[in-house]
Structure formats: structure tokens, C-alpha cells
Design a protein around this ligand. Structure first.
Ligand SMILES: Nc1ncnc2c1ncn2[C@@H]1O[C@H](COP(=O)(O)OP(=O)(O)OP(=O)(O)OP(=O)(O)OC[C@H]2O[C@@H](n3cnc4c(N)ncnc43)[C@H](O)[C@@H]2O)[C@@H](O)[C@H]1O
Length: 178
């Protein structure tokens, strides 16, 4: 049965801004669990929530059926791309829309880790906040946000794979930012 389920997959944006010639990265702190810090990101569609938290056979049928049904009604897209997911989640979690961002299209980094014993893939894209003073509007999923230096961001995120993503973002920005 599990082979028929979609992978647990999330996408998001590492967002940076330039303030007085310094690069700062946006991190959000979850209002649940261990209150970990993460760039804005989230899961691609409702089917993934099932994998994360488990459920009955009926629940399974519902979560596999629901995205297809919603898609037919034009309410959501079960084939949402990583970019679409990242944009949607970024807007939901920070209030920042595509219009606020300059996407560095050549950057894309994928990491894999286990969450509650299940493999998860997280895809990170990279974008600059065009107007550095644009306000951040948090959703209920997060309790705090910070704009921080690369070193401080690596300190906050704790997980080595995500620290490496942030460092690659830093190097990419240094090489490609005009
Ligand atoms: N513990 C919890 N209690 C109640 N509700 C919860 C919950 N966790 C999630 N939710 C619910 O799920 C929703 C989030 O949905 P989404 O917002 O769609 O999903 P997400 O970005 O993938 O968030 P999540 O926190 O689950 O994942 P992450 O991989 O960062 O983090 C998942 C775990 O992996 C760890 N992790 C993160 N990055 C890692 C890495 N690079 N390496 C290893 N572990 C990592 C984190 O520390 C964390 O423990 C929330 O609204 C909330 O309702």
C-alpha cells in the first residue's frame, strides 16, 4: 500500500535581502513541535499530510481522492510544481508574493531526511526580497521570524543538510548578485 502513496515532499524559498550592503536571510520559527527555524516552505498537496501523521484506510482513500476531486472542480492542482508549491507556501507563511521576489532561477537544492521514520524530500529555491522593508505577515504555523546573517542562520537551523543549503545560497548570491 505504501508504494502507492506519493512521496513526502516540501518546497520553499531561501529568501535574502540586502540591507546596508549586508545579506540577511529570512527564517521562520514554527509554533508547533520543537519550534524549529526554517525558511518558508511546505508540502505540495494534501496527500502528503497523510504520510506524515498516519491514518485509517478510509482516510487514505480520502486523501488520495480529494486532490483529484478538487482539481476537477478547479480548486487545487495535485500536480503542483516545486516552484508553485514554494510560492504558495511562501505567501501563506510570510505574506510575500511572487511580486515581492526576484527569483534566482538557476539555484535549486534538494535535501532528504527522515521525519517520524519516513523519508522526506525538501526542495529549496532562492529569491531576493526586492524591497527590503516589506513587512512579513506570519500565519498561525509560525510564532516568530528573523532576518539574520548567514552565520546566525546556520546557528538557528541546527540541521546540517539545511546549513549546507544556506551556505550554498550564500556562495551563489556572492557569485551571481548584481
Ligand atoms: N510536530 C508537530 N506537531 C504538530 N503539528 C505539526 C508538527 N509538525 C508539523 N505539523 C503540522 O504540519 C504543518 C506544516 O505543514 P507544511 O508547512 O506544509 O510542511 P513543512 O514546511 O514541511 O513543515 P514541517 O514543520 O512539517 O516540516 P520540516 O521538514 O521543517 O520539519 C519536520 C521535522 O523535521 C526536522 N527537520 C527539518 N529540517 C531537517 C533537516 N534538514 N534534517 C533533519 N531533520 C530536519 C524538524 O526539526 C522537524 O522536527 C503545520 O501546520 C502543522 O500543523
Amino acid at each position: 500500500m505504501s508504494a502507492m502513496l506519493p512521496e513526502l515532499r516540501a518546497s520553499g524559498f531561501v529568501i535574502f535581502r540586502m540591507v546596508c550592503n549586508q545579506i540577511e536571510y529570512l527564517l521562520l520559527q514554527t509554533s508547533y513541535g520543537t519550534h524549529h527555524w526554517t525558511p518558508p516552505k511546505g508540502k505540495g498537496d494534501a496527500r502528503n499530510d497523510f504520510q506524515m501523521y498516519g491514518g485509517s484506510f478510509q482516510d487514505r482513500a480520502a486523501v488520495v481522492f480529494l486532490p483529484s476531486a478538487l482539481s476537477c472542480w478547479g480548486l487545487t492542482d495535485p500536480e503542483e510544481s516545486d516552484l508553485e508549491t514554494a510560492l504558495r507556501e511562501t505567501e501563506e507563511e510570510s505574506g510575500l508574493t511572487e511580486l515581492d521576489l526576484r527569483i534566482l532561477a538557476d539555484f535549486r537544492k534538494t535535501i532528504k531526511y527522515d521525519v517520524r521514520g519516513k523519508p522526506k524530500t525538501a526542495v529549496y529555491l532562492l529569491a531576493e526580497l526586492i524591497k527590503p522593508d516589506t513587512p512579513i505577515k506570519l500565519s498561525d504555523e509560525h510564532q516568530d521570524f528573523k532576518w539574520v546573517s548567514l552565520d546566525k542562520a546556520c546557528e538557528l537551523v541546527k540541521h546540517q543538510t539545511l546549513q549546507e543549503v544556506l551556505k550554498e545560497c550564500g556562495a551563489f548570491v556572492q557569485q551571481n548578485h548584481t
